[in-house]
Ligand binder design. Structure first.
Ligand code: MN
Length: 700
C-alpha cells in the first residue's frame, strides 16, 4: 500500500465516507499544487503533508484538520490562494491552512525575547483554534523525523528551536507521545555526540536490566492477580533525553539514573486504581513523600494517574504509574483526545466547548503571574510574569514591562514618536497617555509635529528608555534656555565694566574657554546661568586689566525678567515675587538664577557674597501669571469660602491651593493664587475686602 492509501484506510476507521472522499480530493489537489517540488531528501514534496496528515490521523483528529494538514504548505509554497481553498474545501479548512501559514512566517531568532514574542503569537493563534497548533506540531515532528537530509548547521538550529519552543508546547497540551519524540529528536541533533554515547551505554545496560525487569514484573503480576484485578502491566523504557536531563539536573551518574525502574499498570476503573495501589504498597515498601494522587487532583493539562515509588528487591527504586484506559489515552494524546471525531454534532460541540474552556484556563494561567511557575519551568524563554504584549497598528507585537503606559509604548517604537506624542488610541478608543497597557491591546500613537515631552510623564513611565529620552529632551531645552540667559547675564556684567560685548574678539573668547577648561563658549554661558560660574568674574577675565580697573563703579542696566525664561529662571517659593515688586536675582550653585523680592529674609542672609547677586528688573508686557500667597482671616459664617472663591474668580485669578485652619469664631485661610502683577493682586484684594466677613488680608 502507498502512504496515501495507508492514510485513507486508517482514517476510514473513524471518519465518515464523505469525509474520506474529501480527503482524497484534497490529496490530489495538493499533489497537483506541489508537483515539481521536492524535499531535501529527494522525495516529491507531497510526501511531507501526507506524513503530517497521518500523524494527525493517528490522533483521530477531525476531517477539517486532516484536510488542512494535506494542504498546509500550499498557500505558502505554491500559487494557490486562501480564497481558492475556501471555495473548494470550505472556510474552516481555509482558516486552518491560513493559521499554519502565519505560524510558518514567524522566524524564531536566537535572542530570547524575540522567541518570547513569537511564542505569544502562537498562543494568540491557539486561542482562536487549537487545531492550528496541532497541525504545526505534527509538521514539526515530521520535519524532525526527516532532519537527517538537512545540513548540520540547519539541524542544530531547528533542533534547538524544537527543544525550546515546540516540545514544551506539546507537553503543555498533554501530547505526551509527540513531546517525547520531539525531545528525543531535538536532543539527537542538538548534541549528536552525547546522544550517541548514551544510546550505546543504554543498549549495553539493557541486557542486565531485562532480567531484573522480568522478575519485578512477575512479582507485580502475581500480586495484582491475587487482588482479583483485570489489568495490563508494562515496563517503561526510559527515553534517552530524560536520562540525560536527570543526569544533568540531579547530578546523577548514568548507572544511578538507569537504576530506576518504571512500570505502568492500566486497569478498568478508578476504584481499581486504588485497589492496585494498595496491593503494590503491600508488595514493596513505598518511599515516603513520593506518592502523588493525580486522579483526585489532575495536573493542569488534564493528566491523571497515581504515582508512587517503591523500594524493590536489592533496594532498587521502582516508579509506578497506575491509571485507567481513559486516563492513559489523555496522558498519551492530551488535548487531541478531546478532539476525537464524533459523528454526532451535539457531542462534537460539547467537546469543542470543553476544549475551549480548557484553553481559556490555560491562557488565564499564563497571564496570572503567580500560577505560571509550573509552565515556566518547561520554557527557556523569559515570558512572564513581568511582561505585557501589545500590538502596533501594523500587527507587530511589542513586549513591554508590565505597568507600561502608552508613553512607554511610544518611546519603544521610536524616540521621535515618543517626543511628539499627543494622544493615544487603545483598541480604537481614545485613551489618556498615562493609560496602562494590557495584553493584546492594539495601540496607536497620535503625534503632532510641534509636540514636546511633558515633565509630568516622568511620573508614570516605566521603561528606562522612555525615562532617559524624556530627561534628555528636557535637559536639552533647559540648556538652550540657560545659554540665552547666561549671555544676558554676562552682557550685564560686561556693561558694568564699560565694555561693549560685541567688541570682544573670537580669540579672546577662545583663550578664556581654554583657560577655564570649559567645553565651549555655549557651555560657559550655560554654566553662568546655572550658577556654576559667576558673570562678574568671567567679565573681568574677558576685559583687559586696565579697563577693568577704571570702570569699577560704573553702573549697568539690570537684566530684564520676562517670565518666559523657562526652567532656567526660578521664582523663589519663600517670597513669591510678582511683576511690580522690587526684585533681586540670587545665583545659586547648580540651581541658577532665583528671583527674590528685595526685602526677602533670604536676601539679607546672603548679603556677604555680593558676587552672587544680580541686578534684575521686570520687563514690560509680561503676559504669564505668577504664584502669590494670601492669608485671609474671616469670620466663620455659612458660605464664606464660596463667596471668597467667587470674588477671586471674578478678577480672573486662579486658585491653585487652599489651606484652612478654623478656630472658634474665625477661619484662617492660605490661598495660592495666580496673578499677572501687583495691579492684578490689588484688584483681587479690593474685591475680597468687599466681603464683610473678611477681617484681614495679608500677602505672605
Ligand atoms: Mn510543512
Amino acid at each position: 500500500m502507498s502512504e496515501a492509501e495507508l492514510l485513507f484506510s486508517e482514517v476510514a476507521q473513524y471518519l465518515r465516507p464523505e469525509d474520506v472522499a474529501q480527503l482524497k480530493v484534497a490529496y490530489s489537489f495538493g499533489q497537483g499544487a506541489h508537483s515539481g517540488q521536492f524535499r531535501k531528501s529527494g522525495e516529491p514534496y507531497i510526501s511531507h503533508p501526507l506524513a503530517v496528515a497521518r500523524i494527525l490521523g493517528g490522533l483521530h483528529l477531525d476531517a477539517p484538520t486532516l484536510t488542512a494538514a494535506l494542504l498546509h504548505d500550499v498557500v505558502e509554497d505554491t500559487h494557490i490562494s486562501k480564497e481558492e481553498i475556501s471555495e473548494r474545501f470550505g472556510n474552516p479548512v481555509a482558516e486552518l491552512v491560513d493559521g499554519v501559514s502565519k505560524l510558518d512566517k514567524i522566524q524564531f531568532q536566537t535572542q530570547e525575547d524575540a522567541q518570547a514574542e513569537n511564542f505569544r503569537k502562537m498562543l494568540l493563534a491557539m486561542a482562536r483554534d487549537v487545531r492550528v497548533i496541532l497541525i504545526k506540531l505534527a509538521d514539526r515532528l515530521h520535519n524532525m523525523q526527516t532532519l537527517e537530509a538537512m545540513p548540520a548547521e540547519k539541524q542544530r538550529r531547528i533542533s534547538r528551536e524544537t527543544l525550546e519552543i515546540y516540545a514544551p508546547i506539546a507537553l503543555r497540551l498533554g501530547l505526551n507521545n509527540i513531546y517525547q519524540e520531539l525531545q528525543e529528536l531535538g536532543f539527537r541533533y542538538s548534541y549528536p555526540l552525547r546522544y550517541r554515547v548514551l544510546i550505546k551505554a543504554t543498549k549495553a545496560a539493557r541486557g542486565n536490566r531485562r532480567e531484573v525487569v522480568g522478575k519485578i514484573q512477575d512479582a507485580i503480576t502475581n500480586k495484582l492477580k491475587e487482588a482479583g484485578l483485570d489489568f495490563q502491566v508494562s515496563g517503561r523504557e526510559k527515553h534517552i533525553y530524560s536520562i540525560y536531563r536527570k543526569m544533568v539536573e540531579k547530578q546523577l551518574s548514568f548507572s544511578e539514573v538507569l537504576d530506576i525502574y518504571g512500570f505502568r499498570v492500566i486497569v478498568n476503573d478508578i476504584p481499581s486504581c486504588y485497589v492496585a495501589l494498595g496491593a503494590l504498597h503491600a508488595l514493596y515498601k513505598p518511599i515516603p513523600g513520593k506518592f502523588k494522587d493525580y486522579i483526585a487532583i489532575p495536573k493542569e493539562n488534564g493528566y491523571q494517574s497515581l504515582h508512587s515509588t517503591l523500594l524493590g528487591p536489592f533496594n532498587i527504586p521502582i516508579e509506578i504509574q497506575i491509571r485507567t484506559q481513559e486516563m492513559h489515552r489523555i496522558a498519551e494524546d492530551g488535548v487531541a483526545s478531546h478532539w476525537i471525531y464524533k459523528s454526532s454534532d451535539a457531542n462534537l460541540n460539547d467537546l469543542h466547548m470543553k476544549t475551549s474552556q480548557w484553553l481559556q484556563s490555560l491562557l488565564e494561567m499564563l497571564s496570572d503571574t503567580s500560577d505560571s511557575l509550573e509552565f515556566l519551568e518547561h520554557l527557556k524563554v523569559d515570558l512572564f510574569p513581568g511582561d505585557v504584549y501589545v500590538f502596533t497598528p501594523q500587527g507587530r507585537i511589542m513586549t513591554l514591562p508590565r505597568g507600561s503606559t502608552a508613553v512607554d509604548f511610544a518611546y519603544a517604537i521610536h524616540s521621535d514618536i515618543g517626543n511628539c506624542c499627543v494622544a493615544v488610541k487603545i483598541n480604537g478608543e481614545n485613551a489618556p497617555l498615562r493609560s496602562e497597557l494590557k495584553n493584546g491591546d492594539r495601540v496607536e500613537i497620535i503625534t503632532a509635529p510641534y509636540a514636546k515631552p511633558n515633565p509630568s510623564w516622568l511620573g508614570y513611565v516605566t521603561t528606562g528608555r522612555a525615562r532617559s529620552h524624556i530627561r534628555h529632551f528636557l535637559r536639552t531645552i533647559q540648556y538652550e534656555e540657560s545659554v540665552e540667559l547666561g549671555e544676558r547675564m554676562l552682557n550685564q556684567a560686561l556693561a558694568a565694566l564699560n565694555i561693549e560685548s560685541s567688541l570682544i574678539s573670537e580669540a579672546q573668547w577662545e583663550k578664556l574657554v581654554r583657560d577655564i577648561g570649559a567645553k565651549s563658549r555655549k557651555a560657559l554661558l550655560a554654566d553662568m546661568a546655572l550658577g556654576k560660574q559667576l558673570p562678574a568674574v568671567i567679565a573681568k577675565r574677558l576685559a583687559s586689566p586696565r579697563e577693568s580697573e577704571e570702570s569699577k563703579h560704573v553702573s549697568s542696566e539690570p537684566i530684564t525678567i520676562l517670565g518666559t525664561e523657562g526652567l532656567t529662571v526660578q521664582f523663589a517659593k519663600c517670597c513669591h515675587p510678582i511683576p511690580g515688586d522690587i526684585i533681586l536675582g540670587l545665583i545659586k550653585k547648580e540651581q541658577g538664577l532665583v528671583i527674590h523680592m528685595n526685602n526677602c529674609p533670604i536676601i539679607a542672609q546672603n548679603k556677604k557674597n555680593a558676587e552672587n547677586y544680580l541686578d534684575v528688573a521686570w520687563g514690560k508686557d509680561i503676559t504669564r501669571t505668577f504664584e502669590v500667597k494670601l492669608r485671609i482671616v474671616a469670620v466663620n459664617r455659612h458660605g464664606v469660602l464660596a463667596r471668597i472663591a467667587a470674588a477671586i474668580a471674578k478678577t480672573e485669578s486662579n486658585i491653585d491651593d487652599v489651606d484652612m485652619e478654623s478656630e472658634k469664631d474665625y477661619t484662617a485661610m492660605s490661598f495660592v493664587l495666580q496673578v499677572r502683577n501687583r495691579y492684578h493682586l490689588a484688584q483681587v484684594i479690593r474685591n475680597l475686602r468687599r466681603i464683610k466677613e473678611v477681617a484681614r488680608i495679608t500677602r505672605i
